[in-house]
Design a protein around this ligand. Structure first.
Ligand SMILES: C[S@@+](CC[C@H](N)C(=O)[O-])C[C@H]1O[C@@H](n2cnc3c(N)ncnc32)[C@H](O)[C@@H]1O
Length: 282
């Protein structure tokens, strides 16, 4: 299913344009964790797995001598390359479960908004293989259940969100549960002693109606709806847009609504001690 979805140029452009911005809170958490675990700065290398259009790859670049973004979709990487002006960043088509990297070669393996598409056990195994001793793994995303806030219209706006989520949930795939559980399964799949699971990190975005409608389109479940019945999906979105304008009335075009969502992050550190084929122990 991932193959179909992200191997579409149109979806890659919509995703790049409208997906909510990356979380600086999460980026700060990753680097505080790295500082705690790894003293040797500047860091040498990072890999951003399932990097898509590079939304997390680029913010990593100032901290490393080189950053490699890998993704199974050429279309996603085309978007990334189009925006890349950084000399220390490269991109490569590759699967999370088979990374094109040497053993013990990177200081950070990052996967943002992507691990729910992977075979988690195989990815975790690969991540640990390519990490240097004391290297860190950061796997994060946000809860697909979000809320809107606009002081006088909270109830009406969230009724639209509910209508949207109820409809698109018909097009869910099974791994979405990982997101609903804030990646608890990812945390449990990591066979390292040094690991940490941070949940419910609040993030708020100010968004116009156009941006919210764009965000709705950038969610894969809506894209599945589009594939299933294009006319119905487009009509549904137009209907939601009209409801937003009706609720906000005059000035709705320029009104900003707060979109609240919760990010979460799993962090882990590879031990500097013995590596055993059948697991990792200090
Ligand atoms: C929702 S996008 C996230 C992109 C980016 N990391 C971000 O934060 O915006 C998920 C990405 O994971 C990629 N992907 C899915 N399965 C993959 C796999 N097994 N190996 C590598 N990339 C994969 C998809 O092509 C897609 O670009």
């Amino acid at each position: 299913m991932t193959d179909h979805l992200f191997k579409s140029k149109t979806f890659s452009s919509v995703y790049q344009k409208y997906m909510v911005p990356v979380s600086t809170e999460v980026i700060n958490l990753i680097f505080s964790y790295m500082e705690e675990k790894q003293k040797s700065k500047p860091y040498e290398a990072a890999v951003d797995v399932g990097c898509g259009p590079g939304r997390y790859t680029f913010p990593l670049a100032p901290y490393f001598k080189k950053v490699i973004g890998v993704d199974i979709s050429e279309f996603q990487l085309e978007e990334a390359k189009q925006y890349c002006t950084l000399e220390n960043v490269t991109f490569q088509v590759a699967a999370a479960e088979n990374l094109p990297l040497e053993d013990s070669s990177v200081d950070l393996v990052n996967a943002g908004l992507a691990a729910h598409w992977f075979n988690v056990d195989k990815f975790v195994h690969e991540a640990i293989r390519v990490l240097k001793p004391n290297g860190c793994l950061a796997v994060h995303a946000f809860d697909p259940i979000f809320k809107l806030q606009d002081d006088r219209n909270d109830a009406a706006l969230n009724a639209i969100v509910k209508q949207y989520l109820d409809k698109v949930s018909e097009f869910e795939y099974e791994n979405v549960n990982l997101m609903y559980h804030q990646y608890e399964e990812v945390f449990n799949a990591i066979p390292l002693k040094e690991k940490k699971w941070i949940t419910d990190i609040p993030v708020v975005y100010d968004m116009s109606i156009e941006e919210i409608i764009g965000f709705f389109q950038s969610i894969y479940m809506y894209q599945e709806f589009l594939k299933h019945d294009e006319n119905e999906a487009i009509g549904f979105l137009m209907h939601l847009k009209q409801r937003f304008h009706d609720i906000l009335g005059e000035g709705s075009e320029s009104a900003l609504i707060k979109l609240h969502c919760k990010h979460y992050c799993v962090l882990a550190c590879k031990p500097s001690g013995n590596w055993r084929n059948n697991g990792l122990e200090n």
